[in-house]
Write a protein that binds this ligand. Sequence first.
Ligand code: BGC
Length: 417
Amino acid sequence: MFMKSVLRITVSAAVLALGGGMASAGNVEVLHWWTSGGEAAALNVLKDDLASKGVEWQDMPVAGGGGEAAMTALRARVTAGNAPTAVQMLGFDIRDWAAEGALANLDDVATSEGWDAVVPDALKAFSKYDGHWVAAPVNVHSTNWVWINKKALDAAGGKAPTNWDELIAVLDAMKANGITPLAHGGQAWQDATIFDAVVLSMGNDFYKASMIDLDENALGGDTMVEVFNRMAKLRSYVDDNFSGRDWNLASAMVINGEAGMQMMGDWAKGEFLRADQVPGKDFVCIRFPGTQGSVTFNSDQFAMFKVNDPEAQKAQKLMASAVMSPVFQSAFNVVKGSVPARTDVPNDAFDDCGKKGMADLAEANANGSLFGSMAHGHAVPASIKNAMYDVVTAHFNGEYDAKEAAAELVAAVADAK
Ligand code: BGC
């Protein structure tokens, strides 16, 4: 059914470029979930870049933040024997497809361009499978951010919160000032994005033990009960219409001052920039209180599916090479809200939040406080992630109290393993 809803548009920029006399360098059909205003603006940077190289772009957008719907559409296409040539993909999903033998080998372009030396190990863990490159990382996002309306913050005392108690004080002040303190969309992946940050705020060791090592004591113990208590507290600051709301509409509530803040990955910044907002002036970006120094990351990568047509293979390699160019990595990520996947890209073109993102990432990477985001597919395989989503969302919607939720989490993870 969703196949019908999938739009497929051949991009005019490429056609125009070709109309201008450039020889076609092949065609890539790209499956992605970049459909919000900020995401589409960033995607245009990529489309234009490929058009300038003569690569024709066939668009296959599948709306739905976090990419769950896109992954369902992908499975259907592959099952039908008709895989798209390039696919936006996160972490463990790349590993799963590589294990199925579905991904093309990008070693020759990676070797000739020296990717090994410039892509950090944390990303290579997903870009490479069995020692071979299977995906080109376009960015690094991180999930432990809070985006605050500057006027609303000023009216709430003006000081960005650095710990849980300060956060609650600011949320209470925003409530007293008559706005929705927390802009949120009730979708499982959005609930899980906040959960990532709350878990991380309990300490690096706790995040690692619970979200990555899946230690039962961490998943079901007192600290996890406290995490769920905090999730319930945060739930008390959302508006009545939060259920099912898309993340970018929640960003819009902060942008227009209807709400005070949003807890969301740095793709949210793309929406603020799109609305001509300036960091420090119109909005403030902080790490989720209690997580400064640590980062939960996710990286959008383009995985190339195995294709037989030599022309299509050539276009895939051109796309992989374009994605990895330092100039492109700067231009794209400035618009997207993320930071480059390469360590050698200068930060000059980035705004203050982008510069902070790059510095935080380097610091966390050096200090062993960089962790894969559970909510965005970089901590555990999709089967376990989905099991966690179910518990987090059921608790957020009042189905379980905090103690029950922690016990359910242990059981759900054990079942999914
Ligand atoms: C992706 C981002 C995207 C966000 C919302 C995340 O999983 O990594 O690129 O903007 O989902 O759709």
